[in-house]
Write a protein that binds this ligand. Structure first.
Ligand SMILES: [Zn+2]
Length: 318
């Protein structure tokens, strides 16, 4: 077994078992453990899942109804208004602080979900062309409506054609880091990448409820090594979003709801009784987030607290 960054086996040690979110996840994620390279701090699942099973998972299972953490039962109007949530506005502010968007033409959102950030950018910079790669069948309609050109794979995108690649919470889902080689090829000279992923420090592994479907576990150091290996420089690097403690609560609430739903389904009792918790707490969160006097909103706007559970950065092609 070799490190995906260093290509070395000497520094790799198993750090924990791989924890499944749902029992069904074992069909896709037959993984024996999480391993970590002490030289570059990259964590990874081993063995990596079968590629076909993984593709099928993201196409049909990941955002399907009743699967945590999404449970995908927000109404379509609610999904469409999420681009105005504090979380997305924070992305918008961060990105427009570091990148001169009047000079940006072609953007690719890799693993875009519903494409909230590009949609918000396009409202301010109308000359932007929006591209996405998103295989999730639950997202494609909204992406089309928002003016995205959704591509099947990076192969469909010409070399040196992109000014910016956005990758929010997608890199940790991949089974290889060769994507950075492809990103480099598709970016024009001085093109940028904006990414955000969980910050997989020791604290992260201590408190997490589950791993699936994540396959890579990054830290700041592993990104520095990735940049050195694939020819990028770091424009900005920050810790972002809510605290580890909050992240752990969200994770375990989602998993508990799944287990309760499953139990209630098996006993054929009323589902209604069990639906709430996670969704209700998410909704309560979204509603509270719209209130100007809610102090919890600060978590979306305070980076580098020492507790933030995500890392983000802007990289420039060298
Ligand atoms: Zn390594």
């Amino acid at each position: 077994m070799k490190c995906y960054i260093c290509n070395e086996s000497n520094f790799i040690k198993k750090i924990d078992e791989y924890k499944l979110l749902t029992e069904e996840d074992k069909n896709t994620f037959e993984i024996s453990g999480i391993y970590k390279c002490s030289s570059c701090e990259l964590g990874f699942a081993n063995p990596m899942p079968d590629r076909n099973k993984l593709n099928n998972f993201y196409k049909n299972v990941y955002r399907s109804p009743n699967r945590p953490p999404y449970f995908n039962s927000l109404k379509i109007e609610d999904i469409k208004s999420l681009y105005l949530e504090d979380k997305n506005l924070n992305y918008l502010l961060y990105l427009t602080t570091f990148i001169e968007f009047t000079k940006i033409k072609n953007i690719l959102d890799f693993g875009s979900g519903f494409g909230d950030l590009g949609f918000a950018l396009k409202k301010n910079f109308e000359n932007i062309n929006l591209n996405s790669i998103e295989h999730d069948k639950f997202c494609s309609e909204i992406l089309n409506e928002r003016g995205y050109k959704n591509h099947l794979s990076l192969d469909d995108i010409p070399e040196k054609s992109l000014d910016l690649i956005i990758s929010l919470h997608s890199l940790e889902h991949l089974d290889s880091l060769e994507i950075f080689e492809s990103f480099r090829k598709k970016l024009d000279n001085n093109g940028h990448i904006f990414f955000e992923v969980p910050n997989s420090t020791k604290e992260y592994f201590t408190g997490r409820a589950f791993d699936s479907p994540h396959l890579f576990f990054f830290t700041k150091k592993s990104f520095e090594k990735i940049c050195a290996k694939f020819g990028f420089e770091i424009v900005n690097f920050s810790n972002s979003s809510y605290s580890y403690k909050m992240d752990n609560t969200f994770q375990s609430d989602a998993q508990k709801k799944y287990l309760r739903d499953k139990k209630s389904f098996l006993s054929k009792s009323s589902l209604k009784k069990f639906i709430p918790n996670y969704l209700i707490s998410l909704r309560r969160y979204l509603i509270k987030g719209k209130k100007i006097d809610n102090p919890e909103r600060m978590m979306w706007f305070t980076n580098n607290t020492g507790k933030n559970c995500y890392i983000r950065g802007i990289l420039r092609k060298k």
